[in-house]
Ligand binder design. Sequence first.
Ligand SMILES: Cc1cc2nc3c(=O)[nH]c(=O)nc-3n(C[C@H](O)[C@H](O)[C@H](O)COP(=O)(O)OP(=O)(O)OC[C@H]3O[C@@H](n4cnc5c(N)ncnc54)[C@H](O)[C@@H]3O)c2cc1C
Length: 563
Amino acid sequence: KPSGTTASKSSPAEVCAIDPTAIVSDACASYSTLDTLNDALSPSLKAITLSTDFFAYYRLNLYDQKCSVKAWDDETGTCGNIACKVDTLEDEQDIPEIWRVGELSKLEGPKAEHPGRQLQKERGSQKPLQGTLGENVGESCVVEYDDECDERDYCVPEDESATAKGDYVSLVDNPERFTGYAGMDVWDAIYKENCFSKESQISSASSRGEPSNPFQAHNDLRNVIQANSPSTELAVDDECLEKRVFHRIVSGMHASISTHICFDYLNQTTGIWGPNLQCYQDRLATHPERVSNLYFDYAILLRAVTKLRTYLKNYTFCSGDPSQDAATKSKILQLADAAASHPQIFDENTMFQDPDVSGELKEDFRNRFRNVSRLMDCVGCDKCRLWGKLQTVGYGTALKVLFEYDELKNGENPPLRRTELVALVNTLDRVSSSLTALGRMRDMVAKPFVPKKAAKEVGLPDGSEQRAPHRSKDRPDAKPAIDLDDDEEEVVQPYQSVSEIFFEEFYLVWRTFVYVLKSWIELPGKFFKITVFELSRLWSFWLGLPVAERSWEIQWGPRTDEL
Ligand SMILES: Cc1cc2nc3c(=O)[nH]c(=O)nc-3n(C[C@H](O)[C@H](O)[C@H](O)COP(=O)(O)OP(=O)(O)OC[C@H]3O[C@@H](n4cnc5c(N)ncnc54)[C@H](O)[C@@H]3O)c2cc1C
C-alpha cells in the first residue's frame, strides 16, 4: 500500500473506511500499529487510572467558575456573542425531567472540597480531606497544594478569587458516557473561536521583514496534514494553519467523547445501557477523518507520557506514604518503559521547526488551549464539564511536555503540577478506551450474529444484528452495559447455533484461501512495478534530479477481521 494514505470518504453502509495499514498523518505509525500498541498498553493504563489514588481522583473548580469568554477577544467584542451562543443550556428546562442535566449527568461518585491553606495547616498532612472521599483513600496522594500557574503553561489559570481552589472528584465513579446533554453550540464555539486571521499572520511575518516563505513551520505542518486529509472537515487551505493543527487535537477529543457516548449509551425506550451502533455509524464510522484525529491524539498523548520517563523516575507521588508512592511510581514507569520500547510514534521535532515563528505558534497554542478550557465552563452538564476540563488540561499538558520539555534535562524543565499529570494520564486512558471501543463497535457491525431483538435493544438500525451488551456489575444503574473499565464484567454470550459457528469458520477459511491465492497471482505484477519504480528512482538519482519518496513497503498480512 502507498504509505501516507488514508481512506476515502465512506458510504453510510461501510463500517469505517480507514485503511489500517496507512500511516496516521502527523504521526510516525500506522493505524494498526497504534491499535497493537494500545492493546499491549491498555492493561497497565487501566491499572494506573483505576487503582491508584494519585490518578483516580482529580481536583478542579467544577461549580464556581462562570461561563465567560471575555478574555478571548477583547478588541473585537465578538466574544460576548459567542458566549450568548452557548446559552442553549438554559433551554434545558424544555427537556422532559428525565433528560435534564440534573437527572442524567449529576456526579454520583464521592466528592470532597479542597481545604484552604489555613484548614490544611490545622488538619495536618495525613487527613487533609477528613475521609470525605472514603476511608480507604490515601489523602496525601490526592491533595495538591496550591501553587501559581506558570506563564509558560498551556493550562487555564483557575479562578484566583476562589478561597478554596476546587473540589476533588473520583474519576472512577463518574465515568464518561452518554448523558443526554446537547453540546453542539459549545462545540461550535470551540471550533469557531480558534482561528487566526490571515492578516495577522502576514503582518507578523512582514514586521520581521521576511519577504518569502515566512512560514516554514506552517508549510511543514501543512504538508503533512495535506498528505492525509480525507475530507472537507479537514480541508487544507493556506489561511489558517494553526487552526487546522489545533483542529486535529480538538476533533480527536470530540471523537473520543462521541465514542464513549455511543459505546455507553442509554436506550431511552428500554432503559438498557450499551453500544448504540447507529450513533457509531452517524458520528464516527462515516467520518474517517474524525477517527484519524483520534489516532493522532493517541500518538501525541502517548509520546508525551513516554517523554516524561526520566522526570517520573524522580517524581514524588505522595508525600508521607512511601508504599503507595512506590506502587504508583512502579505502575507509571512500567507504562512509560513499555511505550518507550516501541519505535517512536510521534516526532514532535517536525513541528515548530522555524526559530522565527515557533515562539508565536507555541503562544497561539497556549492561548487557544486556555480559551478552549474557558469554554468548558460553559458546558451545562457536570459530568461532561468534568471530563471536558480534564481532557483540555490533559492535551495542554501533552503539548507542554512535547514542546517545552527536554528529555535529557530535568531541573530546567517547566514545573508539572499533580493535576496536569493526572489529567495527561487520564486523557490518554480516555483515548485508549475509545480506540478499544471503536474496535469493538467495528466488530459488532462486521460480525452480526445476535438475534434481531437484542440488536434493537442496543440501538442497531433495522435489518442489522450485533453482539449483546456486557452486564456491568458495579454501576449504580446496574443495567446491562459494556464497561471497558471493568475487568471483571460478565459477558452475556450471544446465542449461536453449531451450524452458524461452522459456516462462520468455513467462511473465514474460504476468505483466507482467496486472499492467499490472490496475493500469489498479484505478486509478479507487484515485483515488476517495484522494479520499474526503483529503477526510475535510481535514474533520477543518477541525473541529480529530486528522488521520489518510496511509495511501497513490506507489511505483515491482514488480521482476521480485515480478511
Ligand atoms: C466538552 C463537552 C463534553 C461533552 N461530554 C459529553 C458526555 O460526556 N456525554 C454526553 O452524552 N454528551 C456530552 N457532550 C455532548 C456531546 O458531545 C454532543 O454535543 C451531543 O451528544 C450532541 O451530539 P451531535 O451528534 O448532535 O453533535 P455534536 O457531537 O455536538 O457535534 C456538533 C457538530 O460538530 C461536528 N463534529 C462532530 N464530531 C466531530 C469531530 N470529531 N470532529 C470535527 N467535527 C465534529 C459535526 O458537524 C456536528 O454536527 C459534551 C459536549 C461538550 C462540548
